[in-house]
Design a binder for this molecule. Sequence first.
Ligand code: ZN
Length: 221
Amino acid sequence: MIIQNAFWDGKQMVFGDGDGTIFRDFTSRDDVIGHELTHAVTQFTANLIYENQPGALNESISDVFGIMVKQYKLGKPAAEANWILAEGIWGPGINGRGLRDMQNPGTAYNDPKIGKDPQPAHMKDYKKLPNTADGDYGGVHINSGIPNKAFYLAATKIGGNSWDGAGPIWYETLTGGKLKSNATFQQFADLTVLNAGPHASQVVAAWKEVGISAKSGRSEL
Ligand SMILES: [Zn+2]
């Protein structure tokens, strides 16, 4: 069997070899490995349920830490870094740069054989999808484009390396014990601002650009 995927199954990581035509080998990308391992961290911390907005947050958090693995390895600060997940994963003849583009969600690929990257980059384009396998459980890999872009914006507004600036804020939000397993984008955004310390204004501005007004004041959550 050819596995055209990579996933965390609750106990272990599973990586497909790809078929060499559509997909290349999934273990060849550090960000894909970081993505799958982060699902394990999420499972044992906030345990975001895998549907609708909490599911899209679950997916986004895996992209966030996956891309930081890649940027850290390459030593690239946020402003110079590449924000494409699984860059070069597509086989020859497929028009695509990677699986997802956190800087420009919705532009990672566009090819008759695989379709067009469906990710929105703003709440006004949020995709309401059924909570079924066919509906990607409410678009967990689709609407994750919105928090992905918010992270890209926060990281570049804060400046320096993503893993020194925005990364620790997102990590505290995931693991700090306040994030509920059914969290909405709004609740997640509010918590990132609460955890942003001196960078609160940049984090508020990042969420605003994707259509979410995060609360900047400290409040009981
Ligand atoms: Zn995932």
